[in-house]
Design a protein around this ligand. Structure first.
Ligand SMILES: *Cc1c(COP(=O)(O)O)cnc(C)c1O
Length: 429
């Protein structure tokens, strides 16, 4: 074994430490394995009930009518999410587009969108019409949809349920909940907490549509928000539910009525769920969905290992290694540029693709400081695959996410440590 790790020059002391850390993480990994088992059985039974057939994976072209493999996968998604219907499509390229389709599918001029988890994910600013510098042309605002947001509770970091209930207005049509921290400094929300907020909103206003931005959250917990009353759950197939195999795609699951309205918005009124060729992607989507609970558990184990290893070296991680996770993102804070840059370069060096590339900080448009990004992925922009990035400024925090296989994340973390140790030794010499 040592000779295998030697290929990357990992010193024996680090491997010893890794072994100790893996031992100490046993209780954390036990829960991850339980959640994985539960979700694996959930997905497997959903695929069986949907009567998935290998002969339907070929799919359709053109209009995409009567695409049996696509329709069956949508049945399986709906069953696994405890929902009535699903839209799982190659015509949705990622999460932002899926969320946009859902907003425009549900909201009409004069309606209000109320975010109850503070400011939504960055890419939604233009969609909602919040961007002060750029054009908001084509945004919800441009179409007469109003927007308000309620921040997360300062005390708990969770949803401020009593305030939300007070702030519901007659024009409030859609309540948005973001499950994952995204690239914010908030914490991610457990599905149970989301369920409690949904119940409170629905008790006051059963007619309000509750939609969850489920990106990065799928299969990290026993249930999905649709199982606890969310009308819609929306996400990306190049994150968790694509299992690393989907080369593109997005999904919307929930109540039949709203999913149909989203399909009419994506294709055309009247075409709805009937159009949309799968273009040969049914196999990758279905197999990826099958593998997703397993893949997500690999991410979670890898992230907890990296968090524990770097904590042992005196760096902070959010969430802490033993914390129950509700998404596949964590931050590591390095407090100086050298270890931060070394960490990102190690992530790249450990990747199965583009490992020979060396990422450097660069002045990315839209940022006041340099940014460093590392990703060596099979699918462009895939964040179920291991990647890391962050602005090179105080406090030198890196967001790391994903990881298809545990050993890859372990290698990346050990390699980063190895390089930080070598740099320190050089400095002292
Ligand atoms: C990733 C993500 C999105 C959508 O981003 P895409 O890059 O378009 O897939 C939206 N919300 C959250 C919380 C996310 O993590």
């Amino acid at each position: 074994m040592q000779t295998m790790w030697n290929r990357w020059g990992i010193r024996p002391e680090l491997l010893e430490q890794a072994k100790e850390i893996e031992g100490s993480l046993a209780p954390v990994w036990k829960r991850i394995a339980e959640v994985r088992e539960y979700n694996q059985l959930k997905v497997l039974s959903a695929l069986q009930e949907a009567r998935i057939s290998e002969s339907d994976f070929g799919g359709t072209t053109g209009y995409g009518y009567d695409d049996k493999g696509r329709d069956q996968l949508e049945v399986a998604f709906a069953k696994a999410f405890g929902a009535e219907a699903a839209l799982v499509r190659a015509q949705i390229s990622a999460g932002t587009q899926a969320l946009t389709v859902a907003f425009f599918g549900v909201l009409r001029p004069g309606d209000e969108l109320l975010s109850i988890t503070g400011t939504p994910y960055d890419t939604l600013a233009r969609v909602i019409g919040l961007d002060e510098e750029k054009s908001n042309e084509g945004s919800l605002k441009d179409f007469g949809v109003h927007y308000r947001e309620i921040p997360l509770s300062e005390q708990t970091g969770g949803i401020d349920v009593s305030r939300v209930c007070e702030e519901l207005r007659p024009e409030t049509k859609l309540v948005l909940i973001q499950r994952s921290r995204g690239y914010g400094l908030r914490r991610s929300l457990r599905v149970k907490e989301i369920g409690e907020a949904i119940a409170a909103v629905k008790a006051r206003r059963p007619d309000v549509v509750v939609m969850v931005d489920n990106c990065y959250g799928e299969f990290t917990d026993y249930q999905e928000p649709t199982e606890l009353g969310a009308d819609l759950c929306v996400g990306s197939l190049i994150k968790n539910p694509g299992g690393g195999l989907a080369p593109t795609g997005g999904y919307i699951v929930g109540k039949q009525e709203w999913v149909e309205r989203c399909a009419n918005r994506l294709y055309a009124p009247g075409l709805g769920l009937h159009a949309g060729p799968s273009l040969g992607l049914n196999r990758a989507f279905t197999q990826g969905f099958f593998l997703a609970p397993h893949t997500v558990s690999e991410c979670l184990r890898g992230l907890s290992f990296a968090a524990a290893l770097f904590r042992a070296r005196g760096f902070e991680s959010q969430p802490a290694p033993e914390e129950e996770r509700s998404d596949i993102i964590q931050t590591l804070t390095f407090h100086s540029p050298e270890p931060m840059i070394a960490f990102c370069q190690a992530i790249q060096q450990a990747a199965p693709v583009d490992s020979y590339v060396r990422p450097e900080p660069w002045p990315m448009p839209g940022y006041a400081c340099d940014v460093i990004m590392a990703a060596g992925a099979f699918v462009q922009g895939s964040s179920i695959e291991l990647s890391a990035d962050g602005p090179v400024e105080e406090p030198y925090t890196v967001f790391m996410q994903g990881g298809l296989v545990y050993e890859n994340v372990k290698l990346a973390a050990l390699l980063a440590c190895e390089q930080i140790l070598r740099a320190e030794a050089k400095e002292q010499a």
